[in-house]
Design a protein around this ligand. Structure first.
Ligand SMILES: Cc1cc2nc3c(=O)[nH]c(=O)nc-3n(C[C@H](O)[C@H](O)[C@H](O)COP(=O)(O)OP(=O)(O)OC[C@H]3O[C@@H](n4cnc5c(N)ncnc54)[C@H](O)[C@@H]3O)c2cc1C
Length: 389
């Protein structure tokens, strides 16, 4: 069975803990139930139940701590099982996936840093059940991170004061370490440092989006920074920004796969139980054709993303094929996800608007994935850049 089926989850795992994590996560959402998932979505309810659950079960700690910093010993950063976790979270709702995804992004510059103290701190915070945030984007500059305005001004005592605003930063309301990208005043050198949302000089201005997720606009106003808060500088800071997105954007393909899988089940159940002119909608030839087309595309999305995972897992300084395959997952898998939803929607028509369906949420959320962490055009440009090399 290629598609995720939460009611019959019989996948093979190399260890019992991995299996337990996935099953417990499925169980959490099944217990919560579709009605409550939808009610929370409609009312933009903050998902503290999910955050409490992940803390209790040490989910992010197990899945997102690289082995040398891990405790308990089954903690490891394993792309294979992270793919599946992405898929499960998005199957139940993109907001739950988002808090996990931006934690991955926030941890990117930390695990890539040479600052061992901050890495150990991050590992402890993961064990404590905290989530993370990635402060790259700014309101005025979009994809143009050369123009970053967040600025660290050196002080006579060797410390710095951070000033500037960030925009669209997921988990910016609760992350004790917000990995923040900026420049050093005077030299313009790039820098990645960490900020804590609880500091009085951290001004949480607003949630930019209409969503259960908190997509923060925050400002640092004379926020005190010492060398201990600095993750990387110069080329290393720039590389950490780009590499984090290169790694993180791959997950968007898996979010599309999770969304499409749930929408597919809902659509085919509805169509198979709906009788028009004395026949089931699934028996109309054009409905069969659309379901077959949607299914084939969804399976192809998943097979392609699985293949890309192999290149990702075998990546090295010599083997950089992931730099071709990850943008393709980001661009092509996510746009095919839109196509799958379009096909299903043409079959179920009015049902796809109903407030109690997963589908109505899917039809909205599927559109986010081609656009965020680099648009389709930006990723196409990356593919074209890779090919001559
Ligand atoms: C819900 C949500 C959550 C987000 N979460 C985070 C987060 O946690 N942390 C974070 O740092 N950011 C986050 N972002 C920001 C997101 O990654 C931005 O969308 C991204 O920075 C691109 O900026 P932009 O969307 O403003 O597009 P712009 O950069 O304004 O792009 C405008 C147009 O220019 C094109 N373009 C830009 N650059 C190029 C290029 N080099 N080549 C070809 N075409 C190009 C684009 O394709 C696009 O069509 C989030 C955004 C949203 C909406």
């Amino acid at each position: 069975m290629i598609l995720l089926n939460p009611t019959h989850h019989t996948r093979q795992y190399p260890d019992t803990r991995s299996r337990e994590l996935m099953l417990k996560t499925i169980e959490f959402f099944e217990q919560k139930g579709k009605q409550k998932l939808k009610a929370d979505d409609r009312a933009f309810v903050w998902y503290s139940d999910f955050l409490e659950f992940q803390k209790r079960e040490k989910l992010f700690a197990t899945l997102l701590t690289p082995t040398p910093y891990g405790d308990p010993p089954d903690a490891r950063w394993d792309t294979w099982r992270n793919c599946e976790f992405n898929e499960i979270l998005a199957f139940y709702g993109l907001a739950y996936w988002y808090t996990w995804q931006v934690s991955i992004l926030g941890l990117g510059p930390i695990w890539q840093s040479a600052n061992e103290t901050l890495k150990r701190k991050a590992a402890q915070l993961l064990r404590d059940g905290e989530v993370f945030a990635f402060g790259l984007s700014e309101r005025l500059h979009g994809a143009d991170i050369y123009s970053t305005e967040m600025c660290l001004t050196p002080q006579p005592d060797g410390t710095y004061r951070a000033n500037g605003e960030k925009y669209y930063i997921g988990n910016g309301n609760i992350a004790p370490l917000v990995s923040t990208f900026g420049k050093i005043a005077g030299t313009g050198e790039y820098v990645f440092f960490t900020a804590d949302y609880r500091n009085r000089n951290f001004d949480l201005i607003q949630n930019v989006c209409n969503s259960q997720s908190y997509v923060a606009n925050f400002a640092l106003r004379d926020y005190p920074i010492t060398e201990a808060d600095i993750l990387s500088r110069g080329q290393a800071a720039w590389d950490a920004a780009l590499n984090t997105v290169n790694i993180g954007k791959y997950n968007l393909g898996w979010a599309s796969i999770g969304i499409c899988t749930h929408a597919f089940y809902e659509a085919i159940n509805h169509a198979a139980n709906r009788k028009l002119y004395g026949m089931r909608v699934t028996d109309f030839p054009h409905a069969k054709q659309m379901f077959t087309d949607a299914y084939a595309r969804l399976v192809a999305m998943k097979l392609f993303a699985l293949r890309a995972a192999d290149y990702f897992r075998s990546a090295s300084a010599q083997d950089r094929r992931y730099l071709l395959y990850n943008p393709m997952v980001k661009m092509k898998v996510t746009t095919q996800g839109e196509e799958v939803i379009n096909l299903l929607w043409d079959v179920i028509a009015a049902k796809g608007f109903e407030k109690d369906t997963y589908f109505e949420m899917a039809a909205r959320d599927i559109r986010a994935l081609p656009k965020l962490e680099g648009t389709v055009h930006v990723n196409l440009a990356l593919i074209l850049k890779f090919m001559p090399n």
